[in-house]
Unconditional design. Structure first.
Lengths: 265, 385, 128
């Protein structure tokens, strides 16, 4: 049978490409083990959430214990403006939890005439671990996904750094590592990884602490005991009791994200 | 047929050498970006997509050049486009190549790119963007190469190519729609949260793609012996006229909704772009330049005298290209991030390394375009002889 | 044979290029001997038997990170019933804290660059 050199090469090429079928199928068909059934309560549950008593919170007096604790426990870098080290580098900063005044935390609920205390009070903001998270919806690799306990997690081994999640988050809760964060980390916590350049990150409700039966670092650090955490599906926990007793607001509820961080004002 | 790209005069090889130098410089800057991180760009925590992604967004529009020629030719037997279909398809190949390169250079961890296939996520629009762009690239390469080979043998193209050609038409619409969906489904970004985002992408694409193709045809006519004639150029000009008019109309629709409703989030980005917000106004001159260019191009294109005159037509196409480039390539993406979800403003200016890498990607695209056009025109010259 | 001189010259250059890694490493003084990683722990048994660890520790660590990060499950039970916390830093490096004399020995020899320590903190670096 006579076959031209050109056609032979074409057939050989297709044949070689066929060798890739099995590994490709194997890679795509990766299944993940299901999570064990969670126990209800403070450290595990179906709908982990946070309630912050803004009246008890003393951020207005300069308290930043929760922020310090969180950033220290998770090796969050402190990136300063290279021209002015007294200032934070707002372009490249990485922050998991920080404070914003009411008009920035709740821009759609702004009012001309309002309670002066609330107007001036710095509110704690961080990832809301929404019920309907846009960041999870857009992530092309499920590097950010919603766990069965409601926590929106980040997988730094899988993140490709496309930053779609940063664009999608309507709260600006997510940060990106624009360069290697290690030089900017104060005291490294050796028990928690740092991240590398090129991945996105955010608050993970201290899932590594929850697995050890510890409350999130911010909750534990709060001297005023102004933060309540737990499975909001469990009507017996303190957080739910607070929500039943007091009026609470959430950030941008009209967007349908159903954020699970509640502020008692 | 590839060997036809190896035969050329002094000007041809000088152009290729120039492109290689730009690619080299861009590549070196990219190595720097790989080692330092995306911090060498002007991107920030608030403006997370900038020049790279906006160029990708714009070039998806240029890739529409193919469908705007293919649709009349194959679906409606508009014979005049028969000569330039290949040019449109090759331009689409070059444009989609650049799109994918821009996405690649924008990634934080590019070595993990295959995660998008390994962990395919159908609810992510980005996954579908990868699918449709790859598909469109393969479609156009296949169609263009097959039809050109057939033309070289002076035979009609094989029958099996017809379904691919027909599929490429809705597929072209899909690449714009899906790219628009990247933006229009995000609840926190009110500049983009508009039902007509995809329609705006299509109108801008159908204006910029054929406009750029028109310019390329005029260039091809002057540097090679291939002349497709006046009719395809005029028909393309008509298409551009309608498309750019609709594009400007769509922008006015957006502005009406934003300002008549009075909703602050809807207005904010437009105010930043066209007037300035809280003292930040870096993009204001650009946006008004874009408006001026678009209006000027409409005037030149609607008027039959200036449309028939190929010199003024070329100028009008350049104005369309520049106007839509500023609108989509600068205003849309950056404007969507300002103000941030917390109401803050961090402006964005691309840095020199970022621009060099972008130029490198453009040079790759132009290299692909040059090689493919060289082959196409060489084949056409050969048959004409 | 036509152009015999050019062909033989080309062949010799080719062979030199292809074998260049070998004589380059020799010139750089890199040892051709198998690396011997230094074990500092007094524990007798690793998570898996030595031979299995040598062959499969990367697959094991990959499995561990998938399981911990994606399912939250942190306890690994070996075939003989021993339990371990699935963590590079907290388990593996507790017994093998000497990264440069243990992990790096083989990795450098094999020119393998695992990116684990881009993020996971090595004990040697601890006090800052």
């Amino acid at each position: 049978m006579k076959i031209s050199k050109r056609d032979f090469l074409k057939i050989a090429g297709v044949g070689l490409a066929g060798l890739a079928v099995k590994p490709a199928l194997r890679a795509i068909a990766q299944a993940e083990r299901p999570v064990a059934a969670p126990k209800s309560g403070i450290f595990a549950g179906k709908r982990m959430g946070m309630v912050i008593d803004a009246r008890k919170c003393t951020t207005k007096d300069g308290c930043r214990d929760c922020i310090t604790a969180c950033h220290a426990a998770h090796n969050v870098p402190d990136i300063r403006d290279p021209k002015n080290p007294g200032l934070v580098d707002v372009r490249h900063e990485v922050k998991w939890i920080w404070t914003e005044p009411y008009r920035n935390a709740f821009p759609t609920a702004e009012q001309r005439f309002m309670d002066e205390e609330i107007e001036r009070k710095p509110f704690l903001v961080f990832c809301n671990h929404c019920d309907n998270p846009p960041c999870v919806r857009v992530c092309p690799t499920k590097a950010t996904w919603k766990r069965e306990d409601g926590i929106v997690m980040v997988d730094w081994h899988r993140c490709i750094g496309c930053r779609f999640c940063l664009a999608a988050c309507p709260y600006g809760s997510r940060s990106f590592n624009w360069f290697d964060p290690r030089p900017f980390i104060g005291r490294q916590n050796p028990e928690f990884p740092t991240r590398m350049k090129g991945v996105a990150e955010k608050c993970t409700f201290c899932e590594e602490r929850l697995s050890r039966g510890q409350a999130p670092a911010c909750v534990e650090a709060c001297k005023e005991k102004a933060m309540f955490f737990g499975d909001l599906n469990d009507a017996k926990i303190e957080a739910r009791k607070m929500l039943r007793a007091r009026f609470s607001i959430r950030r941008k509820p009209e967007l349908g994200t159903s954020p699970q961080v509640y502020y008692l004002v | 047929m590839l060997e036809k790209a190896l035969i050329g005069g002094r000007a041809y090889w000088a152009w290729i050498l120039f492109l290689m130098c730009v690619i080299g410089a861009g590549f070196l800057c990219y190595l720097w970006q790989l080692s330092y991180g995306l911090g060498i760009t002007g991107l920030s925590r608030d403006v997370t997509w900038g020049f790279y992604i906006s160029q990708f967004t714009y070039l998806v529009g240029i890739a529409a050049s193919a469908v705007m020629v293919v649709l009349p030719y194959y679906l409606h037997s508009y014979k005049a486009f028969g000569k330039i279909a290949i040019l449109g398809e090759f331009l689409a190949v070059s444009a989609v190549t650049m799109c994918m390169l821009f996405i690649f250079v924008d990634m934080g961890v590019p070595s993990r790119i295959f995660n998008m296939i390994r962990y395919a996520t159908p609810n992510s629009v980005m996954f579908w963007d990868m699918v449709v762009l790859t598909g469109y690239l393969l479609l156009n390469i296949t169609i263009a190469w097959t039809t050109l080979s057939a033309e070289k043998r002076e035979e009609p193209p094989p029958k099996w190519i017809k379904p691919f050609i027909y599929i490429s038409i809705p597929w072209a619409v899909s690449i714009h729609t899906v790219t628009a969906f990247l933006y229009s489904g995000l609840p926190g970004r009110h500049l983009w949260l508009s039902a007509i985002m995809a329609a705006r992408f299509l109108s801008s694409a159908f204006a910029s793609g054929p406009a750029f193709l028109t310019l390329l045809i005029l260039i091809v006519r002057s540097v090679t012996n291939f002349d497709p004639g006046k009719e395809p150029v005029q028909k393309l000009a008509q298409i551009v006229t309608y498309a750019i008019t609709i594009n400007v109309f769509f922008l006015l629709l957006e502005i009406f909704t934003a300002f008549y409703s009075g909703i602050p989030e809807h207005k904010a980005s437009f105010i930043y772009l066209f007037v300035g917000l809280d003292g930040h106004s870096k993009l204001v001159p650009w946006m008004w330049a874009s408006v001026a260019l678009s209006v000027l191009s409409i005037v030149l294109l609607v008027n039959p005298v200036t449309r028939h005159n190929e010199k003024t037509l070329a100028f009008a196409c350049l104005a369309v290209f520049a106007g839509t480039w500023i609108d989509k390539g600068l205003g849309l993406v950056v404007g969507g991030f300002i103000p941030s979800p917390l109401g803050k403003i961090t402006e964005y200016v691309p840095t020199a390394p970022e621009l060099m890498i972008s130029l490198g990607v453009y040079a790759v695209g132009f290299l692909v375009l040059t090689i493919l056009y060289k082959i196409a025109t060489a084949v056409k010259e050969e048959i004409a002889a | 044979m036509y152009d015999a001189g050019k062909i033989f010259a080309g062949l010799i250059i080719f062979i030199l290029l292809v074998t260049s890694p070998f004589w380059y490493n020799r010139a750089m003084g890199k040892s051709l001997q198998m690396p011997v990683p230094k074990i500092v722990t007094t524990e007798r048994l690793c998570v898996l038997p030595r031979a299995e660890m040598r062959a499969r520790h990367m697959a094991l660590l990959d499995n561990w990170r998938q399981t911990v990060v994606r399912t939250g499950e942190r306890t690994y039970v070996t075939e003989d019933g021993r339990r371990f916390n699935m963590s590079l830093t907290l388990t593996c490096m507790k017994c093998h804290p000497n990264k440069s004399e243990f992990c790096d020995k083989c990795h450098n020899y094999e020119e393998v660059q695992p990116i684990c320590w881009n993020c996971h903190v090595t004990p040697e670096e601890k006090p800052k």
